[in-house]
Write a protein that binds this ligand. Structure first.
Ligand SMILES: Cc1cn([C@H]2C[C@H](O)[C@@H](COP(=O)(O)OP(=O)(O)O[C@H]3O[C@H](C)C(=O)[C@H](O)[C@H]3O)O2)c(=O)[nH]c1=O
Length: 173
């Protein structure tokens, strides 16, 4: 007799949309579909009509080893737009803005080369990324303001800092 099992609650809709609590104020998500070609596929990465803030000051890529956690980050004035190039990542957001109507809320997005998308992260929203692929993953960050070498707009706390009520599972992949 098996005891102490759990039963799944609904976690996806019939249209394969993840059941996500409402989004953190100012966060935007654009799901993108790969266009299948005779010889591969094409994926649009950015279009001006996808987001309210369309300024792009810089685009850079970040390589993540399997299981790698890059967390927690926040920016005072810079908007991040995180997208996936290859592999699969989990992007977790925490709203630490005291005046925000969604203060304290957590959002979680999974981005994969098979089901790509871009998450827009406003300033003040703490974010962390974990590679959930068995191989390396690569993300793209399309920021509104270019990195300032002498004075980076980058705040950090450890990935397991108890100030954020989210636990990244360390995993061996
Ligand atoms: C952004 C940037 C960084 N750097 C240098 C500064 C450091 O010596 C090194 C790593 O940069 P950073 O520590 O900012 O990288 P991550 O900790 O991986 O953070 C980046 O990836 C996660 C997922 C985020 O969400 C951050 O917003 C994003 O900045 O590259 C540069 O030389 N030029 C640049 O444009």
């Amino acid at each position: 007799m098996i005891k102490n099992f759990t039963k799944d609650k609904q976690n996806i809709t019939a249209d394969w949309e993840p059941i996500n609590a409402s989004m953190i104020e100012g966060v935007e998500f654009k799901e993108i579909r790969n266009v299948i070609k005779d010889n591969g596929y094409l994926t649009e990465m950015f279009r001006s009509e996808w987001f309210d803030n369309t300024e792009i000051g810089q685009v850079f890529r970040v390589h993540l080893q399997p299981g790698a956690i890059s967390a927690w980050h926040a920016h005072a004035i810079t908007v991040d737009r995180l997208s996936i190039i290859y592999g699969a990542v989990k992007v977790v957001l925490f709203d630490a803005r005291p005046d925000s109507p969604t203060a304290g809320k957590i959002n979680e997005f999974k981005l994969s080369e098979h089901r790509p998308g871009t998450v827009l992260i406003p300033p003040g929203v703490w974010h962390g990324v974990q590679n959930i692929n068995h191989n390396a993953s690569m993300i793209l960050n399309m920021v509104d303001k270019a990195y300032v070498y002498e004075n980076p707009d980058h705040l950090r706390i450890d990935f397991d800092d108890p100030q954020i009520p989210y636990t990244f599972e360390k995993r061996s992949i």
